[in-house]
Design a protein around this ligand. Sequence first.
Ligand code: SF4
Length: 342
Amino acid sequence: MNKDLKDKTLDELERLVVELGQKKYVAKYLFSFLHAEDARTIADITPLSKAFRQTLGERGYFISLLKTLDCPVDADGSRKYLFELADGERIEAVLLRDGDRQTLCVSTQVGCAMGCAFCATGRIELRRNLTAGEITDQVNRAQADAGKIHNVVYMGMGEPFENYDAVLKSVRILNHASGKNIGIRHITISTCGIAPAIVRLADENVQPRLAISLNASSDTLRARMMPIARRYPLSELLEAVGAYQAKTKQRVTFEYVLIDGLNDSTAQARQLVKLLHGISCNVNLIEHNPYSGCALAGSSRDRIARFASILKDAGVETVTRFKLGRRIKAACGQLQAGYGRS
Ligand code: SF4
């Protein structure tokens, strides 16, 4: 059993404190000090009796804490955190500023097994999944450094649905009113397209936003860019989206990283319009931020504008995300935590 108190939902803490002879309400103090007050040691949780704090320590319970190794800041205010985990592994999280709103892009795995061609993380082998405590602590550390985090996107290192249980647990922890209290519609899970997990998400009692990294409108091209497309072709992926929407009535976001000469032609834009016809969605066009050693170049701003206008003219709600944090390589698919070449 993981004895990291930060890794537990309020329900789990309630069961734990009762098991240790305390009243159930004591768990709320514990949870709130961990997630709202960012307590770093059990001794800091002063509403708990000294004897109970001692019992927790004696039973091997602890509070995990990510170590910030580096935090470069870009001219536009973006920050990239390099964190070290207790076992020495490293992950990254990226903070993006939009006016007075701050969004943190968190990692869910050390490395990633999905191997997307445009992604720096995909070049690092999967080392392990993160725990819910390690996911939520990225928010704690960034908030302690940069102030209130308003939005959390699961779009850093790793495929969130390959670590489904810990990811959903961390969503529940971040969303809880006694903790960070981040609104569920301000939390977005982004997947490369694990179709069965999309269907599974529809049955959860929390409904964060769902984003799907699409990047191509044909199976052939998508499979070249994203190996997962061989496992879940577009028909299966969109069928899963249909099942998800039938249950949740939620719009989804499709992300599309524009690569020069690969997926950015006018014909491909029209094909995308056809593919998304009838789906309640919006499209985020993302300017590719090539990393060293990446053979794929980003589309020019002219080509991005032309692609966007075809989508918009066809009535598809489209937002173009230009590079933020370019100097610190803070874009989707740019995180490699010092494992790859930068
Ligand atoms: S884009 Fe996401 S799913 Fe694909 S390799 Fe990178 S981290 Fe993994």
